[in-house]
Design a binder for this molecule. Sequence first.
Ligand code: SF4
Length: 307
Amino acid sequence: MGKAIAPPRNGAMGLKQLNFERMTKVETAIERLREYEPPEGYFLAFSGGKDSICIYNLAIEAGVRFDAHYSVSPIDPPELHQFITEHYPDVIWDITVKGFWKLVDKKGLPNRWSRWCCTKIKEKQGKGRTVVLGIRWEESIGRRKNYKSYIEQIGKRPPTYRLMPILDWNEAEVWEYIDGKKLAYPSLYDEGYSRIGCIMCPLAGQALMRRDAIRYPKIERLWWRSCQRYYNSRPQQQERFESAEEVWRWWIGKEPPNCLDGEAVLHNKSFNPTTNSTPVEDGANFEGESVEWPHTNLLPVNSTLCG
Ligand code: SF4
């Protein structure tokens, strides 16, 4: 559990400001939750992160019925699992995907053009329910474009809705709420994480993937093992890349040129990965199998830690 103030708070008191209806953002969020409460209660999607902590506690303040669900991800940090167990014991752990690493062997490393693991792990929750999500516009341009309103219908058969009570909050306001209520939060935030999610998620960017690789070497090995298996079983991949190491370096250490078309890069044999390519053969025996372990040695020399 976190104890001291570490994440950026920016001293914002945004939650106290009134809107045109003379309501604060907390009152507005509570109002949204009350307005759309379904007879069976909400399905509250809980990830253990700061936004989830907000929506969970706002739902309690609103006095609405809900059941909170954590979609179990085998690549979430263990600290997060521990936090949820300790502080939110009533959260239901839904296992949405089994045999995750076998799936990576089959489908390949996810990337920003193929986020198949998000679809499998995180985007199947709450069918036929009204799902409360801690999504915020501020998080990305895509979110502002894709989430037009704090309440939306996302499925017809069966009718499924999503409600995002803190869609218009910024990060400082989220922390203002957590601090104001003296709520516990995962200690990773005190260690410099501004977002907590899957270990070595390719959407997080090179510097954060590198940070995770160093902190969670076992998970790094599992990603690497799947990278090798996928490469070795796909003649098509072997035509495009010289080696599994080359695929790995592209995945972890190099944005595709102009960041325009990842598929083009995957298919372009002339793509020139960074050097510094000697893998460490540490003979690590991992789950009964000898795995070459790339760790930082396969990272480009100019990578920065925690960028
Ligand atoms: S690794 Fe990234 S893309 Fe995959 S499920 Fe996690 S957040 Fe989604």
